[in-house]
Design a protein around this ligand. Structure first.
Ligand code: PHE
Length: 466
């Protein structure tokens, strides 16, 4: 039996039992689902569709796919490898494996990135939770673009509601961590993920059978490269990092949970594939409906919230399904947020020898303050622009399009040029037990040469230097 087959059998045998152990996952299924709990979230369901819509559809999708394969996959493998070898959180693992040189700074920039992501992510998660309740009122459920847009606007332009829902989410995340049930939430996320997947499939079928749906598919799958600019490529790259939770060390922490006999390259490929599948389903649920009902594909961050209710409005028992959809999306967002908030919290615990309780209180309350500027970006602070961007957009831009890619660039350089091929070969073949030399050599070449060059060129290109 091959190692993969063996661990799969193990996974099946133990699937009924809780698969989370304090510091090691016994099965590949355990690591796979835990990693997916961090990766799958609003990045797939909210961000992917709206950025694809805003940046011209299929051409953006293709560039995004290239970034995922040439940058995302190699970096997620690298992070898992560093985590398993370093057996610690990002900063600790980096310090252990590369003691000479400031490589641990990648982990430090990850702390900032996680904080900035949470500052706007918690707001979008707030909208998701608000929509659970909106689905019960008739106002949001309609196939008329003007009606669903007005329902969304009434939420985001209302400062009290925007703040309320963001703080609700932040406090919920804080409570989950403080009463120590985050493992329980992770386990719930894992169990509910297949339900979310199933519901997305139902939505796809409904959306695809709407009259006029074909135009949406053409938009999503027939590339028109005329809209592609340096900035569009940077956005696609940023999305690849954001969706896979890479470039900031989160996946190093997950790597430290890997058992010595688990197959990192295979598992990481599955994560990338599953994450992509969820995004594509979200896209197929949304775009046919966008064209069928006359929405604007470039609606921006509101896209999910104005189109999905229209799909539900055209389905039997739409209200119930809509509530279920937002409950599941909310839970998926909690899984991702728990992995995000862990980064600054763990840092405070290590650096200042704080208790977990105080580290959580400090992180959550700073997020309530800083994040409120994102929550109020569409209301009280709508006139505030920094570098031409609202606080909400700025937090997103700096984290997704600058900090994560730069973190990824240095991770690739570290792996390719400091740790080198022999390290890769030993680490990814589990000391020679796995016969995957060709795949590992291929991955190594990508990590050492293609990934850093590509990320570097895309970053330069977005500065309009050439
Ligand atoms: N990948 C998560 C999502 O798609 C967001 C995230 C980014 C989580 C970075 C952790 C770290 O929703």
């Amino acid at each position: 039996m091959t190692t993969t087959a063996r661990s799969e059998t193990l996974a099946v045998k133990t699937a009924a039992k809780p698969s989370v152990t304090p510091d090691r996952f016994a099965t590949s299924l355990g690591v796979l689902t835990a990693t997916l709990g961090s990766a799958v979230g609003l990045g797939n369901i909210w961000k992917f569709p709206y950025l694809t819509g805003e940046n011209g559809g299929a051409a953006f999708l293709l560039i995004y796919l290239a970034c995922t394969l040439l940058v995302g996959l190699p970096i997620i493998v690298t992070e898992h490898m560093i985590g398993r070898k370093g057996r610690g959180d990002a900063i600790t693992s980096l310090r252990r494996l590369a003691p000479n040189g400031p490589w641990w700074l990648i982990g430090a920039s990850g702390v900032l990135a996680a904080f900035l992501i949470m500052a706007f992510y918690s707001e979008v998660a707030g909208w998701v939770f608000a929509y659970i309740f909106k689905s019960a009122s008739a106002g949001a459920l309609s196939t008329d673009p003007a009606t669903t847009s007005a329902a969304f606007d009434s939420l985001v332009t209302n400062p009290v509601l925007s703040l309320f829902w963001q703080w609700f989410v932040l406090i919920l995340v804080g409570i989950i961590i403080m009463i120590g049930v985050s493992k329980g939430i992770e386990a719930t996320t894992k169990r509910l993920m297949p339900v979310l997947f199933g519901l997305l499939l139902v939505l796809c079928v409904r959306s695809l059978t709407l009259p006029g749906a074909a135009e949406g598919l053409t938009f999503l799958f027939k590339p028109d490269f005329s809209k592609v600019t340096g900035e569009v490529i940077l956005v696609a790259l940023g999305l690849a990092f954001f969706k896979l939770s890479i470039g900031m060390g989160t996946m190093i922490t997950y790597g430290s949970y890997y058992g010595d006999d688990q197959n990192i390259p295979v598992n990481a490929s599955r994560v990338v594939f599953a994450d992509l599948a969820v995004s594509l389903l979200a896209g197929i649920a949304i775009f046919p409906a966008v064209f069928a009902f006359g929405f604007q594909p470039e609606a921006g961050p509101s896209l999910l919230f104005i189109t999905i209710p229209a799909v539900f409005a055209s389905m039997p028992a739409g209200q119930v399904f809509m509530a279920l959809f937002f409950v599941l999306t909310g839970i998926a967002s909690l899984g991702a947020q728990l992995s995000l908030i862990e980064v600054p919290t763990a840092y405070l615990i290590h650096r200042f020898k704080m208790s977990r309780k105080w580290a959580t209180i400090i992180t959550i309350s700073s997020l309530m303050v800083v994040g409120s500027t994102a929550a109020l970006s569409n209301s009280l602070l709508s006139h505030v622009k920094l570098f031409g961007k609202s606080p909400f957009d700025l937090f997103d831009y700096v984290s997704s399009n600058i900090l994560l890619p730069v973190g990824g660039l240095f991770l690739a350089l570290l792996a390719g040029w400091v740790l080198r091929y022999d390290f890769f070969k030993e680490a990814l073949s589990n000391g020679g037990k796995l016969k995957n030399e060709r795949f590992v050599r291929f991955l190594y070449i990508i990590v050492a040469f293609v990934t850093p060059l590509l990320v570097f060129l895309i970053l330069l290109n977005s500065l309009n230097l050439f």
